[in-house]
Write a new protein. Structure first.
Length: 154
């Protein structure tokens, strides 16, 4: 059974656009590179051909991956997200001993901690799920134990 991939509407659109590009122009560009490299003769010592075939393999692999994600995607209802407690699609404002943080809880496919997007399956995301404003959570990370207080959930 395939697992559900949670995506925001924005994340879904971004992956669909990437897939459309790979299926269209990117696939054609790789095919043209392979054709041009073949015209140079001996394929056994043709690095252009090897590079183009490697790129083709990457493109086809990414197409398969994106098709799988989109097929199994479950959109996060951000307009009506239940944010009385931490849930998918909610933005959480945290206070820690060192600084204030703000994270949006998304599915693992969209997670990008540097952009403030954390997965509901990450250690912090898992600890926050279901918690409310005022709750405190402890998260075990390689550097030790981090403590957070939830200031706001929106």
């Amino acid at each position: 059974m395939d697992e559900k991939m949670y995506l925001t509407k924005e994340g879904h659109e971004k992956l669909k656009t990437e897939l459309d590009g790979l299926l269209g122009s990117e696939r054609k560009a790789v095919a043209a590179r392979i054709k041009a490299a073949k015209e140079h003769g001996d394929l056994s010592e043709n690095s252009e051909y090897s590079d183009a075939k490697e790129q083709q393999s990457f493109v086809e692999g990414r197409i398969i991956e994106l098709e799988h994600i989109l097929k199994n995607a479950e959109l996060i209802d951000e307009d009506h997200a239940n944010c009385s407690q931490v849930n998918l699609g909610c933005t959480v404002h945290l206070e820690s001993s060192s600084k204030d943080l703000k994270y949006k809880i998304v599915g693992k496919v969209e997670a990008d901690p540097e952009k403030g997007l954390i997965s509901n399956e990450s250690p912090i995301g898992r600890a926050l799920m279901g918690k409310k404003k005022g709750d405190e959570v402890e998260v075990s990370v390689p550097a030790g134990l981090n403590k957070y207080k939830i200031k706001k959930v929106v």
